[in-house]
Design a protein around this ligand. Structure first.
Ligand code: NAD
Length: 466
């Protein structure tokens, strides 16, 4: 357990936060054995309830801490994400038992714990991923050792300490959630190799997912997205304009599910842009769009002309990290534009090869591509998603178009007539997850994904009551 100084200069313990991987793993593994053996399903429900209550109580403080530490995103949206993770992540009640009864006897299949799980979190959803993973994993009677994103380690340590204390106060074991105080790529490798760690769960970019899938252990990978939006000729453009601005500006477009490029039918484009402007978007001129590109992206020197750039881009563009998750007004100020009205999102007309169409920009700058017809919009949207199978969205009242796009793009989250956030239970029906496992196929992860199925068979017609 780490010691830290409180406001009065006294040493206080940070529960669950350890200097070494060995200690974080051993404590977590011991806690899990105790938890599985001596605590009931009712206990699990109680611990999940106190996690929810604690996170709700601290959601504003946590939002402020996260923005202060990571320098990314917007406080009200961080708070909303914390509340969503606390309230809409399903608990132990989501675990179902299967039963088969025949003349041969009774067989049941139960969702048993995996054991200690190693989990990696992104900087973009620092606290909500910890909260969501902790509720899902503890619901299945597991414990979890986190290798959190280094740029969010203090906020992460704060919430892990608070959650552990709340569980202990509710009569539960200490150390069901642990973390390494100084997370690095090396500490992740150590966690991945530890025999006590039975499963790995990674929420982040492609490098992380590949690393976990190479580990030789069961791994759940929740990777990058680049969600396209189609607006077809049957769409309600006023609704589309308002919803796209709301979705793409939420937490400055840090979310993996956030709308990253728009394909609109030519017949609707002008009306859509006007509707977006009414909802707080600022339309960049072509010259301003070039200035923003130079400000927030870098391009490699093109030495090898024989080697094509990624995704058909004309240059090999990369994000400048310091602009990821920044406010639209700050980006505008960076090109010398001040506005009186608040600006939620920067929009501009782009062609398909534009780097903002092809890259997962994670900033409130949204390209809009005009399309001659629905089929060309669909083909471009599918290509821009790059096979991530993550999220996509359509504004349409044409059931054939919606179905065609849904089938072709094959994303985990597919939203119609609302922001992709609706697919996470925010403005839409259903539960939430901050670990959306496209690459490994679990989708919107819940407690069942962090369990193993065990079968109990009573033979000779035993235990049947009919
Ligand atoms: P990131 O990949 O830079 O970091 C995520 C975590 O992985 C961090 O803890 C980091 O330390 C670790 N990491 C990074 N590269 C690694 C490697 N090669 N080997 C091992 N560990 C590595 O991502 P980020 O900037 O924190 O988050 C944004 C990315 O995460 C975006 O691509 C976004 O789409 C994705 N994301 C996906 C989901 C989802 O549910 N699918 C949710 C949130 C974020």
């Amino acid at each position: 357990m780490m010691m830290t100084e409180n406001k009065n200069g006294q040493e206080t313990a940070l529960h669950g936060v350890y200097e070494t991987v060995a200690e974080a793993v051993q404590r977590g593994a011991a806690a899990q054995i105790n938890y599985q053996q001596y605590f009931s399903l009712e206990d699990r429900t109680r611990f999940v309830t106190v996690i929810r209550e604690k996170v709700l109580e601290l959601s504003e403080v946590l939002g402020q801490m996260a923005v202060e530490e990571t320098k990314l995103g917007r406080i009200p949206h961080k708070v909303a994400k914390n509340q969503l993770a606390a309230m809409a992540t399903p608990g132990p009640e989501s675990l179902k038992t299967n039963a088969v009864s025949s003349d041969a006897g009774l067989t049941i299949e139960e969702r048993a714990p995996v054991g200690l799980i190693g989990a990696v979190t992104p900087v973009t959803n620092e606290v909500p991923t910890i909260v969501n993973n902790a509720i899902s994993m503890l619901s299945g009677a597991n414990a979890v050792v986190f290798n959190v994103h280094p740029s969010a380690k203090n906020t992460s340590a704060f919430i892990i300490n608070e959650i552990n204390q709340a569980i202990v106060a509710a009569g539960g074991p200490a150390d069901l959630i642990t973390m390494v105080k100084e997370p690095t790529l090396e500490s992740l490798q150590e966690i991945a190799k530890a025999p006590e760690v039975k499963m790995l769960v990674g929420t982040g970019g492609p490098g992380l997912v590949k690393a976990l899938l190479r580990s030789g252990k069961k791994a759940i990978g929740a990777g990058a997205g680049n969600p396209p939006v189609i607006v077809d000729d049957s769409a309600d453009v006023a609704l589309a304009g308002a919803s796209i601005v709301a979705g793409a500006s939420f937490d400055n477009n840090l979310l993996c599910i956030g709308e990253k490029e728009v394909f609109v039918l030519d017949s609707q484009a002008n009306a859509l842009i006007e509707a977006m402007k009414t909802s707080g978007a600022y339309l960049l001129s072509a010259e301003q769009a070039t200035q923003v590109t130079e400000l927030v992206l870098t391009a490699d020197e093109q030495e090898d002309t024989a080697k094509p750039c990624s995704y058909g881009m004309e240059r090999e563009y990369h994000l400048r990290k310091e602009w990821v998750g920044q406010d639209a007004s700050k980006i505008l100020a960076g090109i010398g534009v001040e506005t009186e009205a608040p600006v939620e999102l920067l929009i501009f007309e782009a062609d398909f090869k534009n780097p903002f169409v092809q890259l997962e920009q994670m900033m409130p700058v949204l390209p809009i591509v005009r399309c001659a017809d629905f089929d060309s919009a669909l083909e471009m949207a599918v290509e821009a998603e790059h096979g991530n199978r993550h999220s996509a969205c359509i504004y349409s009242n044409n059931v054939m178009n919606v179905t065609k796009f849904a089938k072709r793009i094959g994303t985990t989250v597919f939203a119609q007539n609302g922001p992709t956030l609706a697919g996470l239970g925010y403005g839409g029906a259903g539960t939430t997850s901050f670990t959306i496992a496209g690459p490994t196929g679990e989708g919107i992860t819940t407690a069942k994904d962090f369990t193993r199925v065990r079968r109990f068979a009573v033979a000779q017609g035993g235990n049947r009551i009919i």
